[in-house]
Every structure is written in structure tokens, then in C-alpha cells.
Design a protein around this ligand. Sequence first.
Ligand code: PLP
Length: 264
Amino acid sequence: MNTPIPSRPVVLCLSGHDPSGGAGLQADIEALLAQGCHAAPTVTALTVQDTVDVADFRVLDREWVVAQASRVIADMPVAAVKLGMLGSVEMVATVIELMGQLPGVPLVCDPVLRAGGGGALGRDDVGYAMREHLFPLSRIATPNLPEARILAELPDGTPDQCAERLLRHLEHLLITGGHGDEAQVHNRLYSRDGSVQDFVCQRLPGSYHGSGCTLASALAGRLALGETLPGAVRSALDYTWRTLRDAEQPGHGQFVPRRLPLDL
Ligand code: PLP
């Protein structure tokens, strides 16, 4: 028998497809390749959108999502799972069912509810179902401040106030500050043991499509590689900042992070 060739860590992604290529599964795949991981993309939803905004979306049937992911889980050793757009409360139940096949595998939950342009990618009750049922299964969730406010049901909440509410449901929470109005971007990592780490970076002038997907995927990749949580958060934030600094504007709307080097 041939000696097996070692593979890069596999990250199972459960996310939507964005045909502009800026966000969703394409963002996940590119960000994971850049960490040295192999992305296994399961489609949860199709969207109709460009770099300006979302026009429509369709969530896949539960059976199709279970079939895609189960096939991969039976074939490959999944080292981490990254969740993006789920689109429906039923999809939350589907993910719980799939995670039952992956005991102990770290789950990074990006609670996607809106596209960068503001269009909805799921009703708020999808977020509440994620909070109630998926946060307890997650190693970490990565909401931006507007998402954290929706999830915490605190429309004007500060990051600290939102974190206090949300840490009732999970151990670690990274609230990103790109959508805030502070002069610099504060990305705050809150943990249930009371610790708070503030990762500050320079605010860049653009508005970006797929930055949250990039961050959560890079973080899942870093955990799959065996980094500890605070180290993985730092590496993923530094990587994401560089992709935004080098972003391009391929369409008429938001900038798209450049996640891979030009000289591939
Ligand atoms: N997932 C999908 C399929 C999307 O289409 C989008 C945005 O359009 C997102 C996630 C979230 O994108 P962002 O990383 O900009 O929050």
C-alpha cells in the first residue's frame, strides 16, 4: 500500500454563495488557502448580489445541506468548522445535527444577518436561534457591532453591554469594530472568565464586502492549525487587516479584500 500523503488541515465551511466572489464561500476558500488549510465548502444558500447590495437569496433544502456535509465528514478529518450565512431557522437545526457528527471539533460562528451593503441575509430570528442553539456549541462567535446589537437585543448597546448579554450563551466572543465610529478600530475579545483583550488597528478608508467572512474563516483556519484562541484571533485579525489594506474595487460598490498574493 502507498504511504498516505499528509494533507493540510481541513476546514468545513457552511456558508452561502455570493456570485460577486467578494463574500460567502469564495471568501472562505481564499482565506483558508492563505492560512495553509484546505476548505471543504458546503453551500447553505444561494444569493443574488453584487458588490453594492443583495437582491435576493434562496436557502437550500435541509437534505441537500446534510448530504453535502455528511459526505465530506465521512471522507476527511475535519479539523474545524466555520459557519457563515445560514439564512433560516431550519438551517440552524441542520447545523446542530451536523455538529453531532463532529464532537470536539472547534466551531467558529460568524452570525451573518446582513450583507455589507445593508441588505438582509436572514431575519433577525435566525440570529436569535443561532444565539440560543449554536453559540453554546461554538468555540467563538465573531459578530460585528451591528450584529452584536441585534443578537443582544440592545439597539444602542456598547460592545461591553452586548458582550455581557451574549457571554451567557458562549465562552468567547470577538466583537469587531469596523462598523463603529471610533477613530481607530477596536476589535474586542471577551471571555466568560471576565478577560477582555482589545486588538486595535488603524481604520482604513473603504467599505468592504466580505471582511467578516475573511476574518471568521482565517480564525477557523488558525484553530485548525492548532493555534490557541488568543493567538488565532491575533493572526486572523492581522491577516484580515492586510487583505483590506490591499483591497480592490472590481465592481461599482464595496471593495473586495485581496486574500491571496498576486504572484500565485
Ligand atoms: N455570506 C454571504 C453569502 C454573503 O453574501 C455575505 C455578504 O454579502 C456575507 C456572508 C457577509 O459578508 P461580510 O463579510 O461583508 O459581512
